[in-house]
Design a protein around this ligand. Sequence first.
Ligand code: GLN
Length: 533
Amino acid sequence: MKFIVVTGGVMSGLGKGITAASIGRILVDMGYNVVPIKIDPYINIDAGTMNPFQHGEVYVLKDGTEVDLDLGHYERFIGTELTGEHNITTGKIYSRVIEKERKGEYLGQTVQIIPHITDEIKRWMRDVAESKNADICLVEVGGTVGDIESMPFLEAIRQMHNEEREEDFLLVHVTLVPLDSGGEQKTKPTQHSVKELRSLGLHPDVIVGRCKRELEESTKKKISLFCDVPSEAVISAKDADDIYEVPLIFKKEGLDRYIAGKLRLGKIESNGAWESFVEKMWNASEEVTIAVVGKYIDVRDSYISIREALKIAGIHNSAKVSVIWVDSEDFEEFSEIEIEADGILVPGGFGQRGVEGKMMAIRYARENNIPFLGICLGFQLSVIEFARDVLGYSNANSTEFGETEHPVIDLLPEQKEIDRLGGTMRLGDIEITLKKNTIAYSLYQKEKIFERHRHRFEVNPEYIAKLEKAGLIFSGHSDGGRRMEILEIPSHRFFLATQFHPEFKAKPFSPSPPFMGFVRSAIEFRREVNGES
Ligand code: GLN
């Protein structure tokens, strides 16, 4: 078993996650079993309570763990499904150590960062890698080298480096190579961050330099000289047009060969799967525009999985999907709106802000027969909008937003009790049964599916019959039929919404069925509007 560790210097947001995921993809295409682990040095146990304004999307794994969005990149690039153990946080490590201490497992010793915390970190990484039969375990250390929080993790990695054989360990350091006002590439920040790394006893094998332009030969030579790595191990990572291009950029830079040499990998022939996928992406013959109407629109990362799911569905339909981001609150001052797009998507969310605007978008899509996909809160709001406008319950609402005469979205009775005690979220993979002869069934082509959840509220069972009678069909359910999971309007060209989050399962080689149906319908709609069919 081999370890590749990815650290970052100079500043955050350099695309360490994409770098690690891209290295993972390169190795997957060589035929290796790559097992990723993301270390988040924050004290939170997981990302569940983190604000998307600050942190971007909360990504949900199949076991229900709420994690940083980088895990989403790993699942998509590597084509795997991960669980909570692939995400290590300071909170998790300390809880485990404190739990052991309370049980007396340290036999009266003083419990310390070194060796107890560092041992726990190493054990965690090795256990995960071994239990998943990893050929290569890919570890990304979040944050930047020099942060106080990451110290115990970097120390654990230093120890591991000593314990592993030379050919079983590789450290990749990602840094920034800025341009000065004259456009010259500056290497000082890289030199400083490598120095910082060295003061912790770590030495990079590979340096990935993020830069607006490709690194010049002279820049590479300078980094090589000052940072003590061979010049072929200085990899130029210029800003890519699309993140899916990054594995190919790395290959062009010879990173695949360098890693294979250093780790003494036997098979290095790639199956070329990623190349074909990216080629398909560049050769899209159609173009569609999707309006995503949400709340955290200014924070681009907050809907990253939705953007990727749309892009992937586009690639599989030979179409480039352009997304326009619309802040639903902007609608609320108008009585009528117009959205110029080939499809409208209302994503998930929490809290009342912007929901009336989202419902205006839903109504616009429903009344104008424009392809529509609603996700989680978007599903719930579709029910409310329909109840208000079609059933005539003008004050229908969700109890998430307060008391109402028609609580069409509500907590189930047993949840109300739990909720009083602090609330629970329904998380992760849950089995859903699909009704035959529905759009949902035609998209998935099977009766039982698993999709990931992150919600508390449900369609109120008391309103189901009324809604269905008026033309809103629930085509998927779970929990023995008690919880509604998918809705559709058969008289509409494509109006589908899901209580779950299909975006978390979309991968380059297995697109998400609801996204596929939605994008296909948007393409047809566009052709029709343009008089092409
Ligand atoms: N706020 C809603 C609920 O808790 C929807 C959640 C979501 O969109 N993720 O049920």
